[in-house]
Design a protein around this ligand. Structure first.
Ligand SMILES: Nc1ncnc2c1ncn2[C@@H]1O[C@H](COP(=O)(O)OP(=O)(O)OP(=O)(O)O)[C@@H](O)[C@H]1O
Length: 788
């Protein structure tokens, strides 16, 4: 059919010249009623002009989707003519129009001057081949395929479906279906531009097939997702249902029930006695009934957890291999022969008695003499676990015996905590600083400690938290202290005291070479062979930098040197292969000596004498000084002396004054002079009676104006009648004397037998002068006898 001979109704006479609206989105097919939103001023202008004229516009797709200001050349050539049926002005200046799309056209020529408005001369396109069998068949195929697609696609409304069935023209069916298919703009434009109806139908059929394929995939994915959701939802519902059923039956739910089962199983296997089992079962019952959100629940759970973690199993008595124990003790420690011997004896007794029970060792000595390391060695020798805690400054008995469970955050005491950690019933426990226990209103930790340590009662030790008897008698307790004086006597009575007295320079040198240097080098990341010390250097460290009786400070000094060497190794380019350290190098690494050859230790004037003192930190020398001030008589004391020492000074003064004339001192000396006695260092508190003879000697040296013999030190309590009374800590004092280069030591006669306990290498080179009276002291110290 040609355009010329087609007869059209009057209102469908289409103009040859059309005002154009460019479409960016998708083409609009003929045969539809559709709204259009017009917003751009140019398009609004086009609509106005069209409404003033024949009310027709052309709707054409832009070539480029993003074209914002197209000219006629930027448009596809085939578009759709439409008649504006209705116009609604919008408040924002835009316009909503309702059009009826009428017919395809092809742009013949642009009639726009300066690009705007878009006007073109057009030719209308007629449908071709509309009634062949092939076309009919294709049409039917499209209709039936589209029906299938439409059933699964919500975009196809019922109305659309009806619409489709009622359309009689095959070309229109193709257009309609294309307009609602989800295909891109170019494909739709392609359909629009296909004038041949058969070709158009074929293209559309292809698109429908594609759509069907897509739908199939979509369905499959949807199905998979649904299945997953259904499964998890089903599980969720089932679980909830199960919970509800359990609650209904009063059974424990979810994690609580698994914990309950765990506790129940663990408790069944624990060798609890009847009382314990009954109580624990009650707790378990409570646990089952409690709400998991309540605070009580957590308390009970922690309690049950503690119960199952504690070692209840009674260990079989292990046989101690004494030779092996000796080997281990020897390998770990230099010297300390007497200590090792005592420990081995102790172990032998325990083994012979056949049980693990027995008394407690108390290692007493200054810091750093190897108490801890002996403890560790004992554990190693016995093949037991080692646990250490300090009771220094402890004021609250709850730290040992635990808090009652009524408190939130309550915990068992240190002893049970330790057992929980080591997980064995017979470990070695080291309790440090037993001499520094405190007492307060929160209870007396020493009596709590007694309950733990006392072999008579520790087989049923009752911790407040556990609230059940627990046998701690299989633990081997080793306590440590610096002094025995402040250990509560009920505790001291139950312990076997082993003293470690400190080391002389030779021992320190040996310990350093064999143990400390390699360990400290390793700590600094240095290879052991990299650093070598000659003997003089090791000795100089002991003498000039670490004079204490223990090895702590010595170890710190070595660490300091090794840290510096480690840095040197990394930063200097020509770091040597190895370091030979001699005494001359020490100042570079450690700074100036802390203990230079002290002037105060040298007796330089009359009125000076060197005493020996015992302190919890080891033995030490004590220089006592006296001067006289003319004027009044009497004496005064300075240097932080304790009460006992002040009394001792007073006795020394009276005694010295009493016997002075016998040595030819003018009788008015004490009447006309006030004597001032001082003991440096003034800031260190000192006490004890053992400086008695030293103070008396100082006073007579001052009165006689005679210097005391050099390299002589003394210790001894003085009685008012002039007798020299015994003192304690002779070994520590001897070590201190040796460290300070003393050659002669005056000691009380009654202490003479203590010399046997001091190793020969400590006493070597020192002459001991046992004395009974002050006169003997003065004879040795000042070379003076009474003038009768
Ligand atoms: N006789 C020794 N043989 C080998 N090493 C020793 C000896 N004495 C002490 N040491 C070492 O000296 C260091 C300090 O000793 P330890 O820590 O055992 O001292 P301590 O007496 O427990 O001190 P504190 O009372 O301050 O706890 C450790 O490295 C230890 O191995």
């Amino acid at each position: 059919m040609s355009e010329q001979n087609q007869i059209l109704p009057a209102d469908q006479v289409l103009p040859n010249k059309l005002l154009m609206i460019a479409l960016n989105g998708k083409p609009i097919f003929p045969g539809l009623f559709t709204p259009l939103m017009i917003t751009s001023p140019e398009d609004l202008d086009v609509i106005r002009q069209a409404l003033e004229g024949d009310q027709h516009i052309g709707l054409v797709l832009t070539l480029d989707e993003n074209e914002e200001n197209p000219r006629v050349e930027d448009l596809h050539t085939v578009g759709t003519a439409a008649k504006i049926l209705k116009r609604i002005n919008l408040p924002d200046g835009g316009m909503n129009i309702f059009v009826s799309t009428v017919k395809r056209f092809r742009i013949r020529k642009s009639l726009s001057s300066e690009g705007r408005p878009l006007v073109a001369a057009v030719d209308y396109l007629e449908e071709e081949e509309t009634s062949t069998d092939e076309v009919r068949a294709l049409t039917r195929a499209i209709i039936s395929e589209t029906k299938q697609v439409s059933e699964n696609n919500p975009l196809f409304s019922e109305e659309m479906r009806l619409n489709m069935v009622n359309i009689d023209h095959p070309g229109k069916i193709a257009d309609f279906v294309t307009s609602i298919l989800n295909i891109d703009r170019d494909e739709q434009q392609d359909v629009l531009a296909t004038v041949n109806v058969r070709e158009r139908l074929e293209k559309v059929l292809l698109f429908i097939k594609k759509e069907q394929e897509l739908l199939r995939i979509q369905k499959r994915i949807q199905k998979q997702i649904n299945e997953k959701i259904e499964k998890s939802q089903r599980e969720y519902f089932l679980k909830e249902e199960l919970k509800a059923i359990k609650q209904e039956l009063g059974m424990p739910t979810d994690s609580k029930s698994s914990e309950y089962a765990r506790f129940q199983e663990a408790l069944e296997n624990l060798p609890l006695d009847e009382e314990a089992r009954k109580q624990v079962e009650q707790e378990l019952e409570k646990f089952q009934l409690m709400e998991p959100s309540s605070a009580e629940f957590t308390l009970t759970r922690n309690y049950l957890e503690t119960i199952i973690q504690l070692p209840w199993e009674v260990p079989s008595a292990r046989k101690v291999d004494l030779t092996k124990a000796e080997r281990i003790l020897d390998a770990d420690h230099y010297g300390l022969e007497d200590v090792k011997e005592r420990i081995l004896e102790f172990l032998a007794v325990r083994t012979l008695r056949g049980d693990n029970k027995g008394s407690i060792i108390c290692l007493v000595g200054p810091p750093g003499v190897g108490k801890t390391s002996i403890g560790k060695s004992v554990a190693r020798a016995l093949g037991k676990k080692f646990f250490r805690f300090s009771v220094g400054g402890m004021r609250d008995e709850a730290e040992i015996k635990g808090h009652r469970r009524t408190y939130i955050g309550a915990m068992p005491g240190k002893v049970l905590q330790g057992l929980k950690i080591v997980g064995e019933k017979d470990p070695v426990f080291m309790i440090d600083e037993i001499d520094k226990l405190g007492v307060s209103y929160q209870g007396d930790p020493s009596s709590a400690l007694l309950e733990v340590l006392d072999p008579e009662q520790n087989n049923s030790f009752r911790d407040h938290y556990l609230d059940l008897p627990f046998d701690v008698s299989n633990i081997l307790f080793i306590t440590t202290a610096n002094t025995l004086d402040s250990i509560p006597s009920p505790l001291l009575d139950r312990m076997e005291v082993i003293r470690l007295s400190g080391y002389i320079d030779e021992e320190k040198t040996m310990i350093a070479r064999k143990y400390l240097v390699p360990r400290s080098a390793e700590r600094a990341g240095l290879e052991k062979k990299l650093v070598k010390y000659n003997k003089a250097a090791l000795r100089a460290i002991a003498n000039d930098y670490a004079r204490e009786s223990g090895m702590r400070r010595y170890e710190q000094m070595l660490d300091k040197i090794h840290r510096k060497l480690a840095r040197k190794q990394l930063t200097s380019e020509d770091a040597p292969e190895s370091y030979e350290i001699g005494p001359e190098d020490l100042e570079t690494y450690l700074g100036k000596p802390v203990f230079p050859e002290e002037a105060q230790r040298k007796i330089s004037h009359p009125g000076m004498a060197l005493g020996l003192a015992w302190t919890p930190y080891g033995g030490d020398t004590l220089m006592i000084e006296a001067i006289r001030n003319r004027g009044k008589s009497g004496f005064k004391l300075t240097g932080q002396m304790g009460d006992v020492m002040q009394e001792s000074a007073s006795i020394a003064y009276s005694r010295a004054r009493h016997i002075a004339v016998r040595y030819g001192v003018h009788p008015s000396f004490f009447d006309e002079n006030e004597i001032h006695i001082h003991i440096p260092a003034g800031a260190t508190p000192k006490d004890g009676p053992s400086a008695g003879i030293t103070m008396a000697t100082t006073l007579l040296s001052l009165a006689l104006d005679e210097k005391v013999r050099p390299r002589l030190a003394m210790t001894g309590e003085l009685s008012l009648a002039g007798f020299v009374l015994p003192i304690g800590g002779l070994k520590e004092k001897t070590i201190a004397a040796r460290r300070n280069g003393i050659k002669q030591v005056i000691i009380p006669r009654q202490n003479e037998r203590d010399l046997n306990e001091i190793p020969e290498h400590v006493t070597r080179g020192i002459t001991f002068h046992p004395v009974e009276s002050l006169e003997e002291v003065l004879e040795i110290a000042l070379g003076k006898t009474t003038a009768q």
